[in-house]
Design a protein around this ligand. Structure first.
Ligand SMILES: Cc1cc2nc3c(=O)[nH]c(=O)nc-3n(C[C@H](O)[C@H](O)[C@H](O)COP(=O)(O)OP(=O)(O)OC[C@H]3O[C@@H](n4cnc5c(N)ncnc54)[C@H](O)[C@@H]3O)c2cc1C
Length: 292
């Protein structure tokens, strides 16, 4: 049985969004297909009449430095992200998160835009982009809009934009400045290939006296949408990293996050326990980066 009837390969963003608009909700954007084809095959996605493949659109494949920051096209693959020197230098948590996704075959075709558009609360690339406070560009036949990445998610697998009529063009992240660093880590089931038991991305900026000037922490799954730990971020502001700070950080995050027991992955209690481990690992790695 065929999973679609027609397959388009547009070579410009305008061509793609015009096709989506004309097809009026009967189409789906496809990038690497690593989520979409399984969802179609297993009945989690409604039938698709026309696939609009965005992997021939040059602008969606680009990583470039612009005056506002680094632009990462939505169809850039995880493999391209992990080998890009500008990204390695500036957005370490994204490189680390994308480097853990699937295996080499998946990373060769799966894209950062697909990870975000799939809208799972614990997508590894997504959690890294949330900690980096990325902006996302949504395009439709009327034009484009930049939004904070957190505004794209409405629930598990549900986006605030219409995936059958709009597409993500790409993401924008500020270049890294002095005293800034980031790290990503996760815990998987030993046989797990897709979604983490718990993942975490941390971005920090340190003042010259060694105190934390600003921090952003994202954790998944920590609720129906990718979770940003605002209470912990407030606690960390102005603090020095020591055993007391790490202990209080774990308590604060355990209080603000909404963890649950999943029959396939882990209990709520085990996820709660992992918070301290992931905070220790990520914050420890950021401190080490800043000494490099
Ligand atoms: C074996 C295996 C292991 C995996 N391991 C991991 C893992 O460790 N961590 C993890 O986070 N994920 C994992 N995944 C999930 C998946 O690989 C990622 O989410 C991947 O980034 C999806 O990208 P894609 O290009 O394949 O998306 P696709 O499957 O092409 O698309 C996914 C969804 O996004 C939409 N879409 C795609 N691009 C756009 C766009 N630019 N604009 C609007 N909508 C768009 C599609 O219509 C579809 O609804 C795994 C999957 C497999 C099969």
């Amino acid at each position: 049985m065929s999973l679609w009837k027609h397959y388009l390969l547009p070579t410009s963003i305008q061509e793609a969004v015009d096709a989506l608009s004309e097809l009026d909700g009967t189409s789906a954007v496809i990038a690497g297909g690593t989520d979409l084809l399984l969802d179609l095959d297993q009945g989690r996605h409604p039938p698709v009449d026309t696939m609009v493949d965005i992997t021939r659109i040059d602008e969606l494949q680009q990583v470039r430095v612009e005056p506002e920051g680094i632009f990462i096209g939505a169809a850039v693959t995880h493999n391209e992200i992990i080998h890009n020197p500008v990204l390695k230098e500036n957005v370490r948590c994204l490189v680390e998160g994308c480097g853990l996704i699937g295996g080499p075959q998946v990373r060769n075709v799966a894209t950062i835009g697909g990870n975000v558009a799939h809208a799972l609360p614990a997508g590894d690339g997504t959690i890294a982009l949330v900690a980096l406070d990325a902006q996302a560009c949504i395009v439709n036949s009327e034009g484009e809009t930049w939004l904070p990445i957190g505004d794209l998610f409405a629930g598990p697998g549900v986006t605030t934009f219409d995936r059958s009529r709009e597409l993500i063009k790409g993401f924008r992240i500020p270049l890294s400045g002095p005293g800034e660093g980031s790290a990503f880590d996760r815990v998987m089931r030993p046989q797990g290939v897709a979604i983490a038991i718990l993942n975490m991305a941390v971005w920090m900026r340190f003042a010259s006296d060694g105190s934390i000037e600003s921090a952003r922490i994202a954790v998944g799954p920590g609720g129906p949408t990718p979770f940003r730990a605002h209470a912990l971020e407030d606690l960390l502001s102005g603090r020095i990293i020591d055993a007391d700070t790490l202990h209080e950080s774990a308590r604060t995050l355990q209080d603000e996050i909404k963890l649950r027991t999943s029959p396939y992955r882990a209990t709520e209690a085990y996820r709660r326990h992992l918070i301290a481990t992931l905070l220790d690992r990520t914050i420890g790695r950021i401190s080490a980066q800043l000494l490099e």
